[in-house]
Design a protein around this ligand. Structure first.
Ligand code: DGP
Length: 115
């Protein structure tokens, strides 16, 4: 059995981290390396899916729950508008292979490119 991901370890309290939102199937954290005034991560509790391609095929309902959580977070922590990013593969910038959505908000003007 492989080691739990860094996100699972935060969820289970193995390493410290603030959980901003938790439902039966998803949870959210602040990104440790923020690229916008609001930069959160929405993560399914299951580690079954490495990236959004696998998730969309395997459990589209769970993907929809992640999007709903992103909107809730944007309403609570920004102005309700948000940018949703999934990195898919190391060459595309993915470093944690437990699918997660980056939720960015309150983005400064002209800062949409580069991440
Ligand atoms: P990606 O590169 O798309 O796989 O995104 C992984 C993100 O996870 C990256 O933006 C930084 C974040 N991250 C990595 N380790 C930790 C951690 O220990 N705590 C938190 N809150 N975020 C982390």
């Amino acid at each position: 059995m492989s080691e739990p991901s860094i996100f699972t370890r935060i969820l289970t309290g193995d390493i410290p981290g603030e959980i901003l939102l938790e439902t039966e199937r998803v949870f959210a954290l602040r990104d440790i390396n923020p690229q916008a005034p609001m930069h959160l991560l929405v993560i399914p509790k299951t580690e079954q899916y490495r990236d959004v391609t696998e998730l969309a095929v395997g459990d589209p309902g769970l993907l929809a729950e992640m999007v709903a959580a992103a909107k809730r977070l944007a309403d609570e922590h920004a102005n309700g508008e948000y940018r949703l990013i999934f990195n898919n593969g190391a060459g595309a910038g993915q470093s944690v292979f437990h699918v997660h959505a980056h939720v960015l908000g309150d983005i400064e003007e002209n800062k949409l490119v580069g991440f």
